[in-house]
Write a protein that binds this ligand. Sequence first.
Ligand code: ADP
Ligand code: MG
Length: 314
Amino acid sequence: MGKRGVVIALGGNAILRHRETGTAEEQAANVRRASHEIAGIVGEGYAVVITHGNGPQVGDILLKNEMAKDVLPPMPLDVCGAESQGMIGYLLQQSMQEALTAAGIGCPVATVLTQTLVAGDDPAFENPTKPIGPFYTAMQARRLQEEMGWRMVQIPRQGYRRVVPSPRPIALMEGEAILRLFLAGVIVIAAGGGGVPVVAKPGSMLRGVEAVVDKDYTAALLARLVGAIDLLILTDVERVAVNYGRPGQQDIHEMTVAEARDHLAAGQFPPGSMGPKIESAIDFLEAGGERAIIASLEQASLALSGRAGTLIHR
Ligand code: ADP
Ligand code: MG
């Protein structure tokens, strides 16, 4: 009998936690925690694909580029995204291998550096919404807008930040490689940070674009690619809630696609954070998936056994 496939999406914030300084040791410790949970899930007989966010990490890479720009030319956003896939993939690969060995499981692990195809005419390119990188003063922001053509937004009390488009993923360019590895029993780490967004040019040339894809949307694509039964989205809250952060907040233990859609339409799940997770869950379930679960990293295997998190089903 084939194993039950699960795509596990790790939140970028769950790896580099708020208020931490971001040392290699801290990130490795958080990744180790995640790997321990995931190894447990593998031990229960699941075939696992791992994907992850990269917001805090790519933010740090951009800041380093910015600070060193008088010495070394800054790299474009697509290259920074690829760097972050390599960095997080490396940390995950090493600690997954360690956790699997400790659990007595012999299973190979590999990271596939992934390019995500987006449409050059995606409406997101007309309306950049995703803040990335460091905060700037009003004067710096004006200069960057003029010299680099960056779109900047003012964030109350914190300064200015660059915003980039967040187009929808269409396909994974390394999809075939990911699928073959998965079918051969490899634990694949793929499409980190949503993958590097690329557009197709005439003659099947690919070109990286200055944009970011939300990893939750790509997670749903990955799940469909490998025919996963479950989609497990791990973040820094234990459950999805209605009236989140407001009076009358109420955790949701379970909801149907129809209920999720209603809450989404009522504005309960903001774009850029919980919204993409819920939309991906809905997409995944409508494409034939059985369970979409949103839970905290610490409760990953509990959530998969139905004892934690928010379960969304048809
Ligand atoms: P990740 O890196 O895991 O994708 P995000 O910040 O994008 O993390 O999304 C998770 C965040 O969504 C939570 O930390 C929480 O602050 C926020 N959030 C917004 N709306 C809700 C909601 N209705 N229920 C739970 N969390 C919510
Ligand atoms: Mg997110």
